[in-house]
Design a binder for this molecule. Sequence first.
Ligand code: GDP
Ligand code: MG
Length: 166
Amino acid sequence: KSGFVAIIGRPNVGKSTLMNQIIGQKIAIMSDKPQTTRNKIHGVYTSGSGQIVFLDTPGIHKPTSKLGDYMSKVAHGTLGEVDAVMFLVDVADGIGGGDRYIIEQLKHVTTPVFLVLNKIDLVQPEKLFEVIVQYKDLYSFAEVVPVSALKGNNVTTLLEQIIRYL
Ligand code: GDP
Ligand code: MG
């Protein structure tokens, strides 16, 4: 089993950290500054059960400039070309305008979307459950998976769940 997976999410939710945790190399640029990742960067994860080719897309966001507009187009184009979408959110921050905007864009996507709740190392279980309920109200996700990209918690489970959809 193999396929292409796009990682999307607003800036600073941990997309680059997750890519680096999965691929085990510093292939994506990491920064606290939004929009550092300007290109689609491919990384390949291989296990006994299958293979995932990852696209680390520029963040989908409300375009505020020509560059932002271009980056949104690249990100939206990517979503139509992949076999699954990983929508990464920051569980400590909760749902923000940027997340709601992305969910609106996802309504045009027929690809299975995984909601990946990142930074679980920063919150209590009660907060995690509350955020899960809020997101599930907004969209019908294929799967909902809590992880810590930084610590690596539940990342292997996430990958194996994705492979089942390929
Ligand atoms: P991106 O903009 O979505 O690519 O986000 P980055 O990967 O650059 O991460 C933004 C910030 O969040 C960095 O300071 C990361 O160290 C931090 N971060 C990412 N994942 C986690 C996590 O699981 N737990 C914690 N505590 N911090 C994280
Ligand atoms: Mg990044």
